[in-house]
Design a protein around this ligand. Structure first.
Ligand SMILES: C[S@@+](CC[C@H](N)C(=O)[O-])C[C@H]1O[C@@H](n2cnc3c(N)ncnc32)[C@H](O)[C@@H]1O
Length: 269
C-alpha cells in the first residue's frame, strides 16, 4: 500500500490554473506538441490537468490519453474539450487515475509528464510505482519525457523565499472576480528533499470584499543523478537531458542555471 501523504488534489488550484500567467506562458507547449507529432502513435499524458499541453497536442493531430487524479482539474478539461471541434474531441481520451498505479487497455508510443507532476510523489516507492506503471503502458521502444525542476542550492538556502512574492498580472474569473497570485516556500526539509510550497490567491469579489485562499502542498525536489538512477533502475535508457524546452543540453548550461531537467528516455528491451 502506497502512502497518501503527498497526494494533492488540486481542488483549490483548478479554478485558477488556466488564468495564471506563469503557467500560460510556460515555453513547453510547442516542445510537447512536436514530441507528440514525432511519436508516430498514441500518446499518454500523465498528470494532464486542465489540458494546457494535451489540447494543443490533440489539435496538432496526436491521439492523446490524459490521466489525472484531480476531479477539479478534469472538470475544467472536460468543459474545454466540449468546445473543441469534433475531430479534436475524437482524438482525446480522458481518464481519472492515480499515476502511481493505473491500468489502461492501451499501449503508447510516448508517455509525457509535463510541468512536474512527478514532484508530487514524495517517496521512492511512489516514484518507482509511477515509473513502473508508465513503463508497462509503453509499446516496445516507446519513449518517456519527464520534467522536474533543477534544484538550485542557492535558492534552496534562501530564507527570503519564506516571504510572499511573485505578484503577477491580475486575472479575471467569472462573476466579476479579480485574482492576484503569489507564492512562498514555507519550509525546506533538506533530509527528505521536500519543499512546503504555498500558492496564495488574493480574490477581490465584485462587491469589493477580499479573500485570501492558500493552496499549500509539499513538493519533492530531485537531483539530476538521482533521477537518472531512478529511471535506469526502472527500465529506461536516457537518450538526452535538456535544461530547457529549446532542447539545450543541460551540460551546455551553467551549473547554477535556473532551469528544468527534461529527461528524454526510452523503454529498455
Ligand atoms: C502542475 S499540474 C500539471 C498539469 C499539466 N500537465 C500542465 O502541464 O499544465 C500537476 C498535475 O498533476 C496531477 N497529479 C498530481 N498527483 C497525481 C497523481 N498521483 N496521479 C495523477 N495525477 C496527479 C494534478 O492533479 C495536476 O493536474
Amino acid at each position: 500500500m502506497l502512502p497518501n501523504e503527498g497526494l494533492h488534489d488540486y481542488s483549490v488550484a483548478a479554478e485558477f490554473y488556466d488564468g495564471v500567467k506563469a503557467y500560460e506562458e510556460r515555453p513547453d507547449v510547442q516542445f510537447f506538441v512536436d514530441a507528440a507529432a514525432a511519436a508516430g502513435g498514441p500518446v499518454l499524458e500523465v498528470g494532464c490537468g486542465t489540458g494546457r499541453v494535451l489540447l494543443p497536442c490533440a489539435r496538432a493531430g496526436a491521439r492523446m490519453t490524459g490521466l489525472d487524479l484531480s476531479d477539479g482539474m478534469l472538470k475544467v478539461l472536460h468543459a474545454k474539450l466540449e468546445k473543441e471541434p469534433a475531430e479534436v474531441r475524437a482524438r482525446v481520451n480522458i481518464v481519472k487515475g492515480d499515476m502511481r498505479a493505473f491500468e489502461l487497455n492501451e499501449r503508447f508510443s510516448l508517455a509525457t509528464i509535463p510541468f512536474r507532476p512527478f514532484q508530487h510523489l514524495l517517496t521512492v516507492p511512489e516514484q518507482r510505482a509511477c515509473l513502473q506503471s508508465i513503463r508497462k503502458h509503453l509499446l516496445p521502444g516507446g519513449r518517456l519525457i519527464l520534467d522536474v525542476y533543477d534544484p538550485n542550492l542557492k535558492l534552496l538556502l534562501d530564507e527570503r523565499r519564506k516571504q510572499e512574492s511573485g505578484v503577477e498580472a491580475c486575472f479575471d474569473l467569472p462573476g466579476g472576480r479579480k485574482v492576484e497570485r503569489r507564492f512562498r516556500v514555507a519550509a525546506v526539509h533538506f533530509c527528505r528533499q521536500v519543499q512546503d510550497v504555498e500558492l496564495i490567491y488574493y480574490v477581490t469579489h465584485s462587491d469589493g470584499t477580499q479573500e485570501r485562499i492558500v493552496d499549500a502542498f509539499p513538493m519533492r525536489y530531485f537531483f539530476r543523478y538521482e533521477m537518472q538512477n531512478l529511471l535506469e533502475s526502472e527500465g529506461f535508457v536516457i537518450e538526452a537531458l535538456y535544461g530547457d524546452y529549446k532542447r539545450t543540453p543541460r551540460d551546455a548550461m551553467p551549473g547554477d542555471a535556473l532551469c528544468e531537467l527534461v529527461f528524454m528516455a526510452k523503454k529498455e528491451g
